[in-house]
Design a protein around this ligand. Structure first.
Ligand code: PLP
Length: 232
């Protein structure tokens, strides 16, 4: 299957999941995860109408997208992998959103870097919530998320936009659903405490995006189902 066909297929499955769960298709955005795939793959996706891309490494993303973003208007790139402090400066130059905020020190770092870039639009960020035993990243619970939210809100140059999670990698649908439900209820609590900052709920990957949509995802991150498998 070509990338173009794969995008059409993923969009159909998104629509079906929306219909099944009584949601409007306009509520769910698709982020095409292009990590480990080259510029020509990204070009094909762009020509098929895809505008939002996800990458998990700063250097790789920067090599791939710095020129691409200028040449192809409307391209947006989100960081979805963990961000090391020494890459933060390059990250704020490139990314439209950092979905993988997983510790308080990173918020301070980004807040300061964005303050120095005064005049540029605020950087959107999502707080990552830890829900999978087999992964390590993310804030563990709502207390930690509340503290992180307070910290983000103390920096006007970064804009709190919601939550992200990676569900456990498993065939156990119940466990996946449980992970997504945990994030949805965290969001309800956070919305009550800090209203107006949680429109984005980034959850769902190639193997679980339909479940994520049924549970309320507004942004899904799809790599394999669009670009094929990644060389390990
Ligand atoms: C790689 C990655 C994805 C995409 O995974 P697929 O299973 O290939 O769709 C989504 N989110 C994150 C955080 C990733 O690292």
């Amino acid at each position: 299957m070509s990338i173009t066909e794969a995008i059409i297929r993923v969009r159909e499955r998104m629509e079906n999941a929306c219909v099944r769960s009584g949601r409007s298709c306009a509520e769910v955005r698709l982020c095409a995860v292009s990590k480990f795939h080259g510029v020509s793959a990204v070009e094909e996706a762009y020509d098929a109408g895809q505008r939002l891309f996800g990458e998990n490494r700063v250097q790789e993303a920067s090599d791939k997208f710095t020129g691409f973003k200028t040449a192809r208007p409307g391209t947006h790139v989100h960081l979805i992998g963990s961000l090391q402090r020494n890459k933060a400066k390059a990250a704020v130059r490139l990314f439209d959103c950092i979905q993988s905020i997983d510790r308080d020190a990173l918020i301070d770092e980004l807040g300061k870097l964005m303050q120095e870039r005064n005049g540029s639009p605020a950087l959107a960020v999502l707080l990552e919530m830890h829900t999978a035993e087999n992964s390590k990243s993310g804030f563990p619970d709502t207390d930690a998320l509340c503290r992180a939210a307070e910290k983000v809100l103390s920096y006007p140059a970064i804009r709190l936009s919601g939550l992200m999670t990676m569900a456990p990698f498993t065939d156990d649908e119940k466990a996946i659903r449980r992970a997504f439900k945990t994030v949805v209820s965290a969001r309800t609590m956070l919305e009550a405490r800090f209203p107006g900052h949680w429109e984005c709920l980034s959850m769902g990957m190639s193997n679980d995006f339909e479940i994520a949509i049924e549970e309320g995802a507004t942004l899904i991150r799809i790599g394999t189902a669009i670009f094929g498998s990644r060389a390990a």
